[in-house]
Design a protein around this ligand. Structure first.
Ligand SMILES: [Mg+2]
Length: 401
């Protein structure tokens, strides 16, 4: 920005820490300074409760700029998130002095730096976390919510579905009890029952699985939207059997019927059944999503903390729109990932399904002052700058492992 141009601006922020970042033009418009320099990148593994399993930890990244803006992002917490956090620690120092506004360039540079680790999982989780944090910074710099920067919201209230896991190990009665509890407590817009079974076994209780699906239909009555997540436990033949039963029971989608890496088999099941078959929560690049679509899958579920962050999900939204494919993101983390996902969903024109809500726990509210609460089957997207989250840094630091 030239000195002459600067003379046309008034400083918008009087906060000394942020004073160099945002200016206001005399006619009321806002503009960014030419760069927002990154000062530090921290990888944070967070524990919430004593003796929790690693999968209940959170994997956060905290990016601080030289002007004092703090952005938070989140990686998938698989194995406690330690592998993604290791990648973040490896590149953290190299980002000092880089421009936070160059998030997409930084993303692709780092993806190709680490590509021989294999982009699936640890690397793309790390980059997703960084991308979300840099979008948080960008929004805070201009005083606008992320959804505004993405092109605006079609809606700022997002219906959610209760995503209920662990049903492979339950009896029929137990499944009904667990579903009934969340159905009544949360009044979700839809319910998905997940199997979370042993992926090394296949087709081992098809009749029992159908019985559970039937019992849940009986509980909620005809017409209530239900989905069935196989978590990759069937052969193609087994999936066709279960899928036909789900069609009769009026389920609206059938998720990951076969192994995620059997892309052509996934497409075959999708094409042979009438029920919508979905996949993509274990896809880590836009190219993986295209492979699923080309195989025949017509509803994809990339996860904002596993692949691409906000930038990657926006790219997926464009791919889906171009192909006439439903984008229904997977999302199971209750804080940063959840809110980043809500911002993204606000901007998707053809949003055909509710947002996933997997964890009704309030265990994290100590560090997050204004997490959107599930109410009347909906979440309200935060409208504050960036992700709009008020995060207590000291509370986060107190929970570092
Ligand atoms: Mg799933």
């Amino acid at each position: 920005m030239t000195s002459a141009a600067v003379s046309n601006f008034h400083r918008l922020h009087t906060d000394a820490n942020r004073a160099t970042v945002v200016f206001r033009v005399k006619d009321g418009m806002s503009a960014l300074a030419s760069s927002i320099s990154i000062k530090s990148v921290e990888a944070l593994q967070i524990g919430w409760e004593a003796n929790e399993p690693p999968g209940r930890h959170s994997a956060f990244v905290r990016v601080t700029t030289v002007d004092g803006i703090v952005g938070y992002g989140e990686a998938s917490p698989m194995m406690g998130g330690e592998h993604s956090l290791g990648v973040i620690r490896d590149f953290a120092e190299t980002l000092a002095g880089r421009d936070a506004l160059d998030h997409a360039v930084i993303f692709d540079q780092l993806l190709h730096k680490y590509v021989k680790l294999g982009p699936e999982g640890a690397v793309t989780g790390a980059l997703a976390a960084l991308d979300i944090a840099l979008w948080d910074i960008r929004g805070k710099a201009v005083g606008l919510p992320v959804y505004k920067l993405l092109g605006g919201a079609w809606r700022t209230e997002i219906p959610f579905y209760a995503s209920i896991g662990g049903n492979a190990a339950r009896t029929v009665d137990e499944v009904v009890r667990v579903v009934e509890k969340r159905w009544k407590a949360e009044t979700p817009a839809a319910i998905k029952i997940r199997w979370d079974g042993d992926r090394t076994r296949q087709d081992f209780d098809i009749a029992g699985d159908i019985e559970k699906a039937r019992a849940v239909r009986k509980l909620v009555g005809d017409g209530f939207p239900l989905a069935f997540d196989a978590n990759n436990q069937y052969s193609v033949g087994g999936a066709i059997r279960v899928g036909r039963a789900l069609e009769e029971l009026g389920y609206i989608w059938f998720e990951e019927p076969v192994q995620h890496y059997q892309v052509r088999a996934m497409g075959e099941v999708a094409q042979r059944l009438d029920i919508t078959v979905s996949a993509g929560e274990q896809s880590y690049t836009t190219q993986d999503i295209v492979d699923l679509i080309e195989a025949g899958v017509r509803m994809v579920q990339p996860d904002i903390v596993k692949m691409g962050g906000i930038t990657g999900l926006m790219q997926c939204a464009a791919i889906c729109h171009a192909h006439g494919v439903e984008l229904v993101p997977h999302q199971t983390q209750p804080t940063i990932g959840h809110v980043a996902n809500l911002h993204l969903l606000a901007t998707v024109m053809h949003l055909t399904k509710p947002a996933e809500f997997a964890d009704p726990s309030t265990r994290m509210h100590a560090a997050f002052a204004n997490l959107p609460a599930p109410k009347d089957g909906r979440f309200v997207v935060p409208s504050g700058p960036g992700l709009g989250l008020q995060i207590n840094d000291a509370e986060v630091d107190a929970r570092r492992l």
